[in-house]
Design a protein around this ligand. Sequence first.
Ligand code: UFG
Length: 326
Amino acid sequence: MRVLVSGGAGYIGSVTAEVLLKSGHEVVVLDNLSRGHRAAVPTGATFAEGDVRRQDAVRQLLEDHRIECVMHFSASSLVGESMVDPGEYFGNNVVGVARLLEAMRHTGADRFIFSSTAATYGEPDEVPIREDSPVRPTNPYGESKAICERMLQWYESIHGIRFAALRYFNAAGASEEHGEDHEPETHLIPLALRAVSGEIVELQIFGRDYPTPDGTCVRDYIHVLDLADAHILALERLGDLGERFFNLGNGAGYSVLDVVQAVERVAGKPVPVKDAPRRPGDPARLVASADRARTVLGWNPQRAELDRIVGDAWAWKTRFPNGYAD
Ligand code: UFG
């Protein structure tokens, strides 16, 4: 299929574009390079530099390449940042999807795979979280994605653009070629790897007084290659899916301190840490029930162990110590 990957120069987008190409699909990457890297665009993909909010240019791109499906990764995606700059999240994420959908409806692109998030659930009543749990975001990032999910439902019922919203839990790890290179970096695993390498003085532990077994936040880490596989399955089965919303996680919760220990095992060195206050907007526990993705999509994550996930992130960092170096 001919697929437009918006945000294909970013972390999850570049890995998914790589897997799409290996699965025989044609890929056009659209990225404004505000946070992505030109060098992250996989070999074999056509690259167009531009912003999803430029509706006329996007429509032209869709027509020029006779795109059949859009996979939309380009978005602002940091919980903490969204608590200080909500305008960035509504302006980039919500407006981005609105313009993209309008561009699509005049073309033959009638399939949309949306990067959604566990942050749509907020502080869940029950863990593991199922897709029918209430959507009650506790930060503007989750809210912006929840609004987009509702827009997608209207565009499907009114304009026939079929969609799947994939609610990622905590993406981590790397393929051999593509990994996580954010500046500034705020995510736990890459920061722990920087701390163990001596690139930063210490890793801050944001809160030890959560209602969790060791007092630190619990998350469900999912290998980025397993996420990519779910996208391919959603793309190939979109026509006959009875469901639209899918959690993507392993169903296993690891605390911040569990991750620190995994990094120490993988790197063979201690991670210097320092206690810090809670980070605003962080829910205590986010763990997926991914039963629906398994049964409906036929998804079967292959890289579920935390040490495998951390090990692949470490291998990529060791291979590319300066990231994409641009
Ligand atoms: N953490 C620290 N120290 C750090 C960085 C993070 O203690 O230096 C903690 C956070 O407080 C949180 C956990 O580690 O409890 C994970 O934090 P990340 O920043 O790695 O990830 P988040 O859970 O905040 O968010 C990520 C993605 C979101 C996505 C969410 C879904 O960034 O886009 O997972 O669970 F919505």
